[in-house]
Design a protein. Structure first.
Ligand SMILES: Cc1cc2nc3c(=O)[nH]c(=O)nc-3n(C[C@H](O)[C@H](O)[C@H](O)COP(=O)(O)OP(=O)(O)OC[C@H]3O[C@@H](n4cnc5c(N)ncnc54)[C@H](O)[C@@H]3O)c2cc1C
Length: 490
């Protein structure tokens, strides 16, 4: 891959973040551009495409959907299936094939597919993609933008794509501040080395019961953890397992549904809907579907697929109400457990190695010995708190974009310069319907696009690979128009 300076006067695109979103943006822009582009991806990891989502080398960390919802470019939705067949994934990893024949591939394999897709495209492109292995820390200029990296490289650009991805979980308020950095508290559950280093006899508390918690539990159980594992969450909701593949929409259908019409039951809740009416309409639709032998998944999918359209029409207060009342239920139906992982965790539960507990954490603090962690929690329907002692605590909740923004030097610098603000819902970065960040002055920046998970405040659920790829597909024409010769800024 080439050097930044060699690229002359071609339209220049800088992508900050080379995980799935940054890689898919580069792929789609290069595929659709009628002219050669000089694309630079700034990403500290050794390879592009893996990001934080697809880097795990744990064999039990699988994609949370089958092949049909994992793609790099919506214009070639079968590429990943072809790649899996070519790589003989089903032979090399027979466990990937679920009972109904659908495949739940290891996450790292999907990362490899994206990495190879970028490399292949870079080789074919008139100008190879530059992977600048560094971290972006600042952005200077107003109209003419320049990204500054940690090692001091300056990357001038005509278009900046910010794809900094998932933020790190934040310790919940019940944790004593002194626990930050404590050796028995793992605040970032993707730190596999620390999860694997937990003593086999340790009494472990996993805070949260979502997909991340299931990953962490799988890692410990597979490693032969002999101590007790307690997973706690307030509502006791767990990701639902996938339904059989023949009940899943086909790939093309799902892509069509993302950009297709809003479901009649959602429209029936008003335009725009209120949280209260939407909740009622969803309940009615669930009853209707169940009465005809269908499952809960159907209405949740009908809501999810074109959610970006519904969500962007909602008033901020209504969005907040939905996040408060509907989101926990939405999440467990939307983020489904790979069947292998679900079965593995249930087996550990049946063997008594793992216990799920519905409780509210009151306090988490260092015990008198200084090593163990004392936890006070109130079980559901109980009125008196209970004290429990653990040797290790793994935090699997609290993805926090506000904190993520402060912790990421590039986003912090953009905020300082008035180019970024937290979305009014509090769950992402404020962008308009074209993914342009709205800064301190309330105006969108013409030459910057934000994509992927940080845009959840504006689009509701731009979190799964297929939804991000579809979001990028919608944004690409606007990005390319901006780079065209003598196009005035709108
Ligand atoms: C653990 C996990 C598992 C998931 N599993 C699935 C799944 O199975 N299927 C699915 O559809 N979705 C899954 N998701 C959802 C996931 O958000 C998307 O699929 C997608 O991977 C998001 O990609 P991203 O590039 O936006 O973010 P990330 O994967 O978080 O990557 C962001 C990248 O940006 C880089 N970066 C950040 N700041 C800077 C900076 N200042 N300078 C340079 N680089 C920077 C980081 O190093 C990182 O590589 C998962 C998410 C997580 C966290």
């Amino acid at each position: 891959m080439s050097n930044v300076a060699e690229k002359g006067h071609l339209p220049r695109i800088a992508v900050v973040g080379g995980g799935f979103s940054g890689a898919s943006a580069a792929i789609q822009l290069l595929h659709r551009s009628p002219v050669p582009l000089a694309v630079t991806i700034i990403e500290p990891r050794a390879e592009l495409g893996y990001g934080s989502a697809y880097s795990s080398d744990d064999p039990d960390h699988r994609l949370n959907g089958n092949l049909s919802v994992h793609l790099a470019d919506p214009q070639d939705p079968d590429a990943f299936s072809r790649w899996c067949a070519r790589e003989q994934i089903a032979t090399r990893d027979p466990e990937a094939v679920a009972a109904d024949g659908s495949m739940f591939v290891r996450r790292r394999e999907f990362g490899r597919f994206i990495a190879e897709s970028v490399q292949a495209l870079s080789r074919r492109a008139p100008v190879p993609i530059t992977h600048l292995r560094d971290r972006a820390i600042d952005l200077i200029g107003e109209e003419a933008l320049t990204v500054v990296t940690q090692r001091g490289t300056q990357v001038p650009t005509d278009l900046l794509v910010v794809a900094t991805g998932n933020s790190m979980p934040r310790l919940p308020a019940a944790f004593a501040p002194t626990l930050t950095g404590h050796p028995a508290v793992i605040a970032a559950p993707y730190d596999l080395a620390r999860i694997r280093a937990i003593s086999k006899e340790a009494r472990v508390l996993v805070v949260g019961t979502g997909l991340t918690a299931l990953d962490v539990i799988s890692t410990m159980v597979r490693a032969g953890h002999g101590g007790t594992i307690t997973a706690v969450s307030r509502r006791g909701l767990r990701p639902r397992p996938h339904r059989p593949v023949d009940a899943e929409p086909s790939k093309t259908t799902l892509l069509e549904r993302i950009d297709g019409p809003i479901a009649p039951f959602v429209l029936g809740a008003g335009t725009p809907p209120t949280a209260r009416k939407l909740l009622r309409a969803l309940r009615r639709r669930i009853l209707e579907v169940e009465a005809t032998g269908g499952r809960w998944f159907v209405p949740f999918d009908e809501l999810r697929d074109p959610l970006w359209q519904t969500w962007s029409s909602l008033d901020v207060q209504e969005k907040r109400r939905i996040l408060r009342h509907l989101r926990p239920w939405y999440d467990v139906h939307r983020f489904r457990a790979p069947p292998q992982n679900d079965a593995f965790v249930r087996e550990a539960e049946a063997q008594g190695r793992l216990q799920f507990r519905v409780a509210r954490l009151c306090s988490v603090d260092v015990g008198a010995s200084g090593d163990a962690i004392e936890v006070e929690l109130i079980d559901r329907y109980a009125s008196v708190p209970r004290r429990l002692t653990f040797d290790a605590v793994v935090n699997c909740i609290g993805l926090d974009f506000a904190q993520g923004m402060a912790a990421n030097p590039f986003l912090a610098a953009m905020k300082r310069r008035g180019l970024l603000a937290i979305d009014p819902t509090g769950i992402g970065i404020f962008v308009d319907d074209r993914c342009r960040p709205i800064g301190a002055e309330g105006r969108p920046h013409q030459r910057i696009r934000l994509i992927g998970p940080p845009t959840c405040g504006a689009f509701g659920d731009p979190l799964g690979a297929i939804f991000i790829a579809a979001q990028i597909q919608r944004s690409v024409p606007g990005m390319l128009a901006l780079l065209g010769p003598r196009r005035p800024l709108d």
